[in-house]
Design a protein around this ligand. Structure first.
Ligand code: TXA
Ligand code: MG
Length: 329
C-alpha cells in the first residue's frame, strides 16, 4: 500500500493500521464527528511527528481516544460527575477533560504538558475496532492541517494531509459532522470549552448546570483551553455571517426553505431547517464553496439552539480575523 492510500475498513486493513500505529506511524481514521489523525498516545516520538504533520502549535493539547471506560479510568481521574456522563453519553461525541492519574501512560507532550487530559470513546465502529485491535490509547486531532476546515470524508483527509499519513481508513462520510463537545471537569464547576456533537442540554440533563467560556474571565479561558481561542476552521476566502442579502460575486451557504437568490454559487445546509443535517453538511459545503472565484462566502442565519451552537461556533471561528463587508459597502 502506498503512503496516504484510502482503503476500505476491512479486518485486514484495520489490523494493518494497528501495526502501523505500533511502528509510530500516523493513520487517519473515521469517527462519528470528523476524521481523526491517529498516533500512539504512549509514544513520544509518534506524537511529535503528529504535531509536525498537522503544523500544530505544541501548546495545543490533543484528545486521547480509548475503547473502554476502564481504559479511560486508567488515564483520567473520574469523579461522580464524570462517571455519570461517561455512562450516559459514551461512546459518543463528548470529550471529558479530567485530572491525569499518577499512572497515566499518555506522554505529557500529548496534553501540552498540562496536569489534565482530554478523553473520549468514539462511537464509530471502525474507530472502535481499531482502538480494540491496537489496545493502547490513541491521540487523534482532526485530520487536517492546523487551522483548516475539519475533514468529514476520506477524500478531505487526502487533500489536506496527503503523504503525511501512512494510511487513510475510509468509513464514509461522518454522521455528526462537527467535532466532539469538550467539557472540563478539572475544576469545581463543569466548564464547556467547545460546543460540539453532544448538546449542552444533554449534558445538563445528566449533571445539572454547566458554565461556558463566556462566564469566566478571558485569562482563565486562555489557561483552561489552550488552542481553543481565535481563528480556526477557516476557508481561504472571507466568510460573512447572518447574511440577509448576497452579492453576485459571492457564494451562498443557505439554511432553510427560502435560500437567498442571486449568488454566484449556492449550497443549502438543510432545506428543511434540520440542524443535525446542517451539522453533517457544514464542513463539506464550506470546502465546496471555498474557491478564489468568489469574493467570499455569505452564510444565512442559523439558530444557535442544540447542535446549532456548535455550527455557529465553527462559523464564527472561520471569520475571526477576516471580516468581509456586506455587498455594496
Ligand atoms: O470530535 C473530535 O473531538 C475530533 C475527533 C477526531 O475525535 N478530534 C478533535 O481534536 O477535534 P482536535 O485536536 O482538533 O481538538 C481538540 C481540542 C483542542 O481544541 C484542545 O484545546 C482541547 O481539545 N483539549 C485537549 N486536551 C485538553 C486539555 N487537557 N485541556 C483543555 N482542552 C483540551
Ligand atoms: Mg481540529
Amino acid at each position: 500500500m502506498t503512503a496516504g492510500a484510502i482503503v476500505p475498513p476491512t479486518p485486514a486493513a484495520i489490523a494493518h493500521a494497528a501495526r502501523l500505529l505500533g511502528e509510530g506511524r500516523l493513520v487517519a481514521i473515521p469517527t462519528e464527528t470528523v476524521y481523526g489523525l491517529a498516533a500512539d498516545a504512549t509514544d513520544d516520538r509518534a506524537v511529535g511527528v503528529l504535531f509536525t504533520a498537522k503544523g500544530r502549535p505544541a501548546a495545543n493539547p490533543l484528545i486521547v481516544h480509548v475503547a473502554t471506560l476502564d481504559a479511560a479510568r486508567a488515564l483520567g481521574r473520574f469523579d461522580a460527575r464524570a462517571e455519570r456522563l461517561a455512562l450516559a453519553l459514551w461512546p459518543g461525541p463528548l470529550t471529558l477533560v479530567l485530572a491525569r492519574t499518577a499512572a497515566c501512560a499518555v506522554v505529557p507532550r500529548a496534553s501540552a504538558g498540562l496536569a489534565t487530559i482530554a478523553l473520549r470513546i468514539p462511537a464509530d465502529p471502525v474507530a472502535r475496532a481499531l482502538l480494540a485491535a491496537f489496545g493502547k490509547p490513541v491521540v487523534a486531532p482532526s485530520a487536517n492541517r492546523s487551522g483548516e476546515v475539519s475533514p468529514t470524508t476520506a477524500a478531505h483527509v487526502a487533500a489536506s494531509l496527503g503523504d503525511r499519513v501512512a494510511l487513510i481508513l475510509d468509513g464514509g462520510p461522518c454522521p455528526v459532522g462537527v467535532e466532539s463537545t469538550v467539557l472540563s471537569l478539572a475544576g469545581p464547576v463543569p466548564l464547556l470549552l467547545r460546543p460540539g456533537g453532544v448538546t449542552r442540554a444533554a449534558i445538563e440533563a445528566v449533571i445539572g448546570p454547566v458554565a461556558t467560556l463566556a462566564d469566566v474571565p478571558d485569562s482563565d479561558a486562555a489557561r483552561t483551553s489552550p488552542g481553543l481561542l481565535g481563528r480556526h476552521y477557516a476557508p481561504h476566502i472571507p466568510v460573512r455571517l447572518d447574511a440577509t442579502s448576497v452579492g453576485p460575486d459571492e457564494a451562498l451557504l443557505a439554511f432553510g426553505p427560502r435560500p437567498l437568490g442571486g449568488a454566484a454559487a449556492a449550497r443549502n445546509l438543510s432545506a428543511t431547517g434540520d440542524l443535525a443535517e446542517a451539522a453533517r453538511n457544514l464542513f463539506a459545503m464550506l470546502r465546496e464553496l471555498d474557491s478564489p472565484a468568489y469574493r467570499g462566502i455569505a452564510v444565512m442565519p442559523i439558530p444557535a439552539t442544540g447542535i446549532g451552537a456548535a455550527i455557529n461556533d465553527r462559523l464564527k471561528r472561520a471569520t475571526a480575523d477576516a471580516a468581509l463587508p456586506p455587498p455594496g459597502h
